[in-house]
Design a protein around this ligand. Structure first.
Ligand SMILES: Nc1ncnc2c1ncn2[C@@H]1O[C@H](COP(=O)(O)OP(=O)(O)O)[C@@H](O)[C@H]1O
Ligand SMILES: [Mg+2]
Length: 236
């Protein structure tokens, strides 16, 4: 579904991403972890066309999409959310989701189907500015789902959630994957959540791959314990 080859992004003297190669298979939920500033969002920005890579390639469904504009990448079937919740504040929930449906091109998903799926019917006519954080993030997700994306990239969607909201959102992510077969890449710094949600994951550290492999084996990886989790974790 998605493959990167040697992706590198340099800002001035800062190497934000360094030679990152990974593959995501169709239909899987794939995890990305790493400390603040590791390059996780930069990786998304390079895949979604917000940034052009300094070097390296991005392949989507067998086609080279490196350097394509964000709208072209969206219309090719890659949707993403942003770390900072963004909705059109004065537009209603329904209108916000319709924007995604318009942006996605001709092959979009019906807005009412998304509203039902995300259980947003009670809020559909409210302006987005009236919503709490959880519902705001559902609306942002709904707008992306309306593009009918084949690959959905979620940038720390659960940041700021309570434990019960995390549990609810994890179920939403699983249900999107099951209902539409959508391939999902999710950035989340809590490893426990990724171990529960994904089969495979990578960890970035200072722009480079620290780990690439099975999620179930991540906490027994010596480098992950030493560098990411800290020595105390290994001694438990
Ligand atoms: N547009 C940009 N211009 C300059 N530096 C940037 C830009 N975007 C990100 N960076 C830098 O790249 C590094 C990685 O950032 P980011 O990908 O946002 O990390 P993460 O999402 O893992 O927290 C950070 O040092 C950040 O300051
Ligand atoms: Mg980030």
């Amino acid at each position: 579904m998605l493959e990167t080859d040697g992706l590198t992004k340099i800002f001035g003297k800062l190497v934000a991403l360094s030679d990152v190669s990974f593959k995501v298979e169709e239909g899987e939920i794939y995890g990305i972890a790493g400390p603040n500033g590791a390059g996780k969002s930069t990786l998304f920005n390079v895949v979604s066309g917000n940034y052009k890579p300094t070097s390296g390639r991005v392949m989507f469904q067998g086609s080279d999409i490196t350097g394509f504009s964000p709208d072209r990448i969206c219309q090719a079937g890659i949707g993403r959310t942003y770390q900072i919740p963004t909705t059109f504040q004065s537009l209603s929930v329904r209108e916000n989701i319709s924007v995604g449906s318009t942006f996605g091109g001709k092959d979009t998903r019906p807005v009412e189907e998304i509203i039902d799926f995300l259980q947003l019917a009670d809020f559909a006519d409210l302006p987005a500015k009236n919503l709490d954080l959880f519902s705001t993030k559902l609306v942002m997700l709904g707008s992306v789902l309306a593009t009918n994306c084949k690959l959905l990239m979620l940038d720390e969607p659960m940041a700021g959630f309570s434990i019960s909201e995390i549990e609810r959102f994890v179920e939403v992510v699983k249900s999107v994957n099951e209902a539409w077969g959508t391939t999902i890449i999710i950035i989340e710094h809590l490893l426990d959540i990724l171990i529960n949600l994904t089969e495979r994951m990578l960890i970035l550290d200072n722009g480079s791959l620290l780990y690439l492999g099975k999620s179930s084996e991540v906490t027994s990886d010596r480098r992950v314990v030493e560098i990411y989790l800290g020595r105390e974790y290994g001694e438990e």
